[in-house]
Design a protein around this ligand. Structure first.
Ligand SMILES: Cc1ncc(COP(=O)(O)O)c(C=O)c1O
Length: 423
C-alpha cells in the first residue's frame, strides 16, 4: 500500500457509524481518549465470556488469565521496545504515577529536589508536588509561552548533581501538541544520577516509542489513548526498578513487574490492550511499503509492525495537521496555540476564537457532530501560564488515523461561520 488506507482504518471502528442530527460524528476528541476498534471490543468480550478469573490458580480460566497478562506484557514490550518484565499495568497513568512517587518518597530526604514542568498534565505534576509535604523541593521547569515549548536550557541549569533525584517531563503536550526532546532530558537525568520519568500518554498515539533510544528510566501511558481500554501502563527499566521500594502488600511478589501492581488488575482491559497493539501492528503490516524508508533497521516481528503502524499514522496525520493549522490561521479571530512551524509536534491543534469561550465553541461544534474538547485538559498549569484560565481555556482538535480531510473541512466551515457571526 503506497497511500494510507484510511477507509480500512475507519472500517475497524464501529463507533464511527454514529450520527448526530443526520450528520456523521467526527471524533476529534482523541487526545481525551480514542475510539475502539472491533478487535479490542472482541478481545474484552472474549475475556469476560471465556477466561474470566483471578490469577495464579490451577484451573483453566485462571491459567488462561495468567497467560493473557504475560501476552499483554509482551505486546506492550513491542510497543515500547523493552522487555516484557519491564511492563506493569495499573488503573491509569495518574494512579501509577502517584504510586511511583509515593514509593520513591522513602528514599528522598528534605532538601532533595524533583523537577516537574509547566507544560505537563497534572498527572505528571500532582503526584510529585505531594512530595513537598516531606520537605522535597519540587521545582517547575518553565515553558516559553510564546512558542509553547519547554525551556530545556532552564532545565539544564536547574538539574543539580546529587540534589535532583527525579526529572518528570512529558513526551508531548496533550494541550498544544508540543513534542519535547525527552532523549535530551533523559541524558541530563543520567548525567546527574536522577530518575527520568517520561509521560508518554499523549505521544503514544502519534509516533513510535523506543525507551532504549530515549534512555529514560520510567515511561507511562494509557491504553485508552491508543485504541485500547481504560488502563494504565508503565515501563520501568529493569535496573531502575530494582532500586524502587514499591508500595506493596506482603502477598505481592517483591520483584518487577508484579511489585508495581497492587490488587487484582483489570484483566479484560489487559486482554483488550493486546488487541490494541495488534491493531497498530496490522496498520503497520498494511503500510510497510509506505513507511519502508523510515523504518529503523534491525526490528523484527510485531515490534517492527508496531513501529511501522505508528510511522504510517504519523505520515498520514502530520500533513492533515499542517492543513488544519494553515486554514485555521486564515480565519479572523482565531488564535492558535502551539509550537512554531518546524518544531516537532503531534497532530493536536488548539485555538481560541474571539467572541466565544472555548466551551461555547465546543458545544456548538458538538451539536453539529464535531466532537472537540475545551478547557485546560488537566494541563492546567500551561493554560494558566498562557493566561487563558479565566477565559475558559482552549478549543482542542485531536487528529487520529481515522480522521479525514472531509471532517476537518466540516470543522473549518463551522469555525468560519462562527467567526463571521461575531462580526
Ligand atoms: C499527557 C497526559 N498525561 C497524563 C494523563 C492522565 O492519564 P490518565 O487518565 O491515564 O490518568 C493524560 C490524560 O489526558 C494526558 O493527556
Amino acid at each position: 500500500m503506497t497511500h494510507f488506507d484510511v477507509a480500512w482504518v475507519r472500517g475497524q471502528f464501529p463507533a464511527l457509524s454514529r450520527t448526530i442530527d443526520g450528520q456523521p460524528v467526527a471524533y476529534l476528541d482523541g487526545p481525551g481518549g480514542t475510539q475502539t476498534p472491533q478487535g479490542v471490543l472482541d478481545a474484552v468480550r472474549e475475556y469476560l465470556v471465556e477466561h474470566n478469573s483471578n490469577t495464579h490458580g490451577f484451573f483453566a480460566t485462571t491459567e488462561e488469565t495468567d497467560q493473557i497478562i504475560l501476552a499483554a506484557r509482551a505486546a506492550m514490550a513491542d510497543m515500547f521496545g523493552c522487555l516484557p518484565e519491564e511492563v506493569s499495568f495499573g488503573a491509569n497513568m495518574t494512579t501509577l504515577c502517584f504510586m511511583l512517587a509515593q514509593s520513591l518518597a522513602s528514599s528522598l530526604s528534605p532538601g532533595d529536589q524533583v523537577l516537574i514542568t509547566e507544560i505537563d498534565h497534572e498527572g505528571n505534576r500532582g503526584p510529585w508536588l505531594r512530595l513537598a509535604e516531606r520537605g522535597v523541593l519540587v521545582r517547575e521547569v518553565p515553558v516559553h509561552t510564546s512558542t509553547c515549548t519547554l525551556d530545556l536550557e532552564a532545565l539544564e541549569r536547574m538539574a543539580h548533581e546529587g540534589r535532583t533525584k527525579v526529572i518528570a517531563v512529558n513526551y508531548a503536550s496533550n494541550a498544544v501538541g508540543t513534542i519535547t526532546d525527552v532523549k535530551r532530558v533523559a541524558a541530563i537525568a543520567r548525567r546527574i544520577g536522577a530518575l527520568s520519568v517520561v509521560d508518554a500518554v499523549h505521544y503514544a498515539l502519534h509516533g513510535p516509542i523506543d525507551v532504549a533510544d530515549i534512555g529514560c528510566d520510567v515511561l507511562l501511558c494509557s491504553a485508552y489513548k491508543f485504541f485500547g481500554p481504560h488502563i494504565g501502563v508503565m515501563y520501568v527499566r529493569h535496573e531502575a526498578a530494582e532500586h524502587i521500594d514499591a508500595l506493596r502488600l506482603r502477598t505481592q511478589a517483591p520483584t518487577p513487574p508484579d511489585k508495581f501492581e497492587t490488587g487484582t488488575l483489570n484483566h479484560e482491559g489487559i486482554a483488550g490492550t493486546i488487541a490494541a497493539v495488534d491493531f497498530i501492528a496490522e496498520m503497520g503490516r498494511r503500510h510497510l511499503d509506505l513507511v519502508a524508508a523510515g523504518l529503523p533497521e534491525g526490528l523484527t516481528g510485531r515490534r517492527r509492525e508496531v513501529v511501522a503502524g505508528m510511522l504510517a499514522n504519523e505520515a498520514y496525520e502530520q500533513p492533515l495537521a499542517r492543513y488544519l493549522v494553515t486554514e485555521l490561521d486564515e480565519i479572523d479571530g482565531v488564535t492558535l496555540y502551539g509550537p512554531p512551524a518546524g518544531h516537532p509536534r503531534t497532530s493536536t491543534v488548539s485555538f481560541t476564537l474571539d467572541g466565544y469561550t472555548a466551551m461555547e465553541v465546543a458545544r456548538i461544534l458538538g451539536e453539529r457532530g464535531l466532537f472537540v474538547w475545551d478547557g485546560h485538559f488537566y494541563a492546567i498549569r500551561l493554560v494558566e501560564r498562557l493566561g487563558l484560565i479565566d477565559s475558559g481555556g482552549l478549543v482542542r482538535v485531536g487528529l487520529c488515523p481515522y480522521t479525514t480531510k472531509e471532517e476537518l473541512d466540516r470543522l473549518l466551515e463551522a469555525v468560519h461561520s462562527l467567526a463571521s457571526a461575531v462580526r
